[in-house]
Design a protein around this ligand. Structure first.
Ligand code: SAH
Length: 248
């Protein structure tokens, strides 16, 4: 076989369709994700939706049918931008959208385990509904509030995925112990100094007894979750039938 025909092992990559490609990599270019990007652990391609505009003015949006404020991204321009991007059929195609399914750590883990998504960033009042159906876009929300564009939301999603890629977090394994990994918030963390403004580190954590430390952390995580996130706690108790250490 010709060496040139050998298929490169593809690295996890995100393709972002945006009107503001200059926003990328932005914060993804520093710290853990930035080092991993520079070393080729993952790749990022930000593509300008405007490159797919066809008219003289390179317009990408138009007024909403039925009236109302703002502008809507055109279905034809967006579809052309999606079609022009590398999109292997197995790549998830996401649209950042406040109407989407709220992003969760388990969806992040799925996306991190795949080839990496193509992500469409909306602007203005959003995108023409027909392109969502025509290109089978999965709408993803990062929370119940409205941003001015999908770019920061896309960065949130990419950041959450990249830190789970093998090798990115180094010794910190794969975040198995973290908030949401067991449907629980993370236990409190402490480090030196032993005493800070009269507050000390809980005795057990400096005892060197690993079993006791683990039990303390589990109980603390459960207690925090019950108080702060009764929604997570309810899912956990019904799904697992878990008899927790803090149930009375
Ligand atoms: N009129 C729309 C909001 C448009 S905000 C509505 O009421 O639903 C402009 C763009 O910002 C959206 O198209 C989307 O891409 C992005 N965006 C805003 N809030 C978001 C959120 N919570 N999660 C993900 N993307 C969001």
């Amino acid at each position: 076989m010709n060496a040139k025909m050998t298929v490169e092992p593809t690295i996890w990559h995100a393709t972002v369709l945006t009107l503001f490609p200059e926003m990328f990599p932005g914060p993804l270019g520093v710290s853990l994700s930035g080092k991993a990007l520079a070393s080729g652990t993952w790749a990022l391609e930000a593509r300008d939706i405007r490159d797919s505009a066809t008219d003289r003015h390179r317009s990408v949006d138009d007024t909403p049918a039925g009236g109302g404020p703002g502008m809507v991204l055109r279905a034809d321009v967006l579809a052309a931008a999606i079609d022009a991007a590398d999109s292997a059929p197995d790549r998830p195609r996401l649209l950042m959208s406040p109407r989407g399914r709220p992003l969760t750590q388990s969806r992040v883990a799925e996306l991190a385990a795949g080839p990496g998504p193509l992500i469409v960033c909306g602007r203005f009042e959003g995108v023409d509904e027909r392109v969502i159906a025509a290109r089978d876009l999965e709408e993803v929300s990062i929370g119940d509030y409205v941003l001015s564009g999908g770019e920061i939301a896309a960065m949130v999603l990419i950041d959450a995925c990249v830190r789970l890629l093998p090798g990115v977090m180094g010794k910190q394994a794969s975040g198995e112990d973290e908030s949401f990994s067991e449907g629980l918030l993370e236990y409190p963390q402490y480090t030196r100094p032993q005493e800070f403004e009269g507050r000390t580190i809980p005795e057990i954590l400096v005892s060197g007894d690993h079993a006791k430390v683990a039990a303390w952390r589990q109980a603390a995580a459960e207690a925090l979750t019950r108080v702060r996130r009764p929604d997570l706690w309810a899912v956990r108790t019904t799904q697992n039938g878990t008899k927790s250490t803090t149930d009375g």
